[in-house]
Ligand binder design. Structure first.
Ligand SMILES: [Zn+2]
Length: 138
């Protein structure tokens, strides 16, 4: 989770919304990314950190099932990412800050429609990073 937070901080430095994510496979970090790390001209939702690492993990592992992978992300995934992660059968999602407005896990769908998750890891640090970023934007 610390590594995901570090990735989010890099995101800040790059001027992107500070959300970092990574995938752990067999006890090791397989891939890391922050928001908007992909090419430009791609809709922002498709550049969410958790979406990017999930896609990349599928490519690296040459599979469309991530049942042996855990995903760490500093912000609660949106409904779109939550659905994708569910489809990819990710083992578990660990996230930092809760997103009461845009989150797709805690207040969204039924347990069958979302991946297993635990929220609130390094919640304060993750949320603070986002708060400062958007404050600076105003
Ligand atoms: Zn998303």
């Amino acid at each position: 989770m610390r590594e995901a937070l570090r990735k989010a901080q890099e995101s800040c430095a790059a001027g992107c919304v500070p959300v970092g994510a990574l995938i752990v496979f067999e006890g090791k970090i397989l891939i890391k990314a922050h928001n908007n790390e992909g090419a430009s001209h791609i809709p922002p939702t498709l550049q969410h950190a958790e979406f990017l690492v999930a896609l990349e993990a599928c490519c690296l592992l040459k599979t469309d099932r991530l049942g042996k992978c855990d995903l760490y992300v500093t912000l609660e995934p949106c409904p779109f990412c939550a659905a994708i992660l569910r489809h990819l059968c990710i083992r578990k999602v660990f996230f930092g800050a809760y997103d009461p407005k845009g989150g797709g896990l805690v207040h969204h769908g039924t347990p069958q429609e979302r991946p297993p998750f635990t929220g609130g890891l390094l919640e304060t640090e993750s949320a603070e990073l986002l708060r400062r970023f958007f404050q600076a934007k105003r």
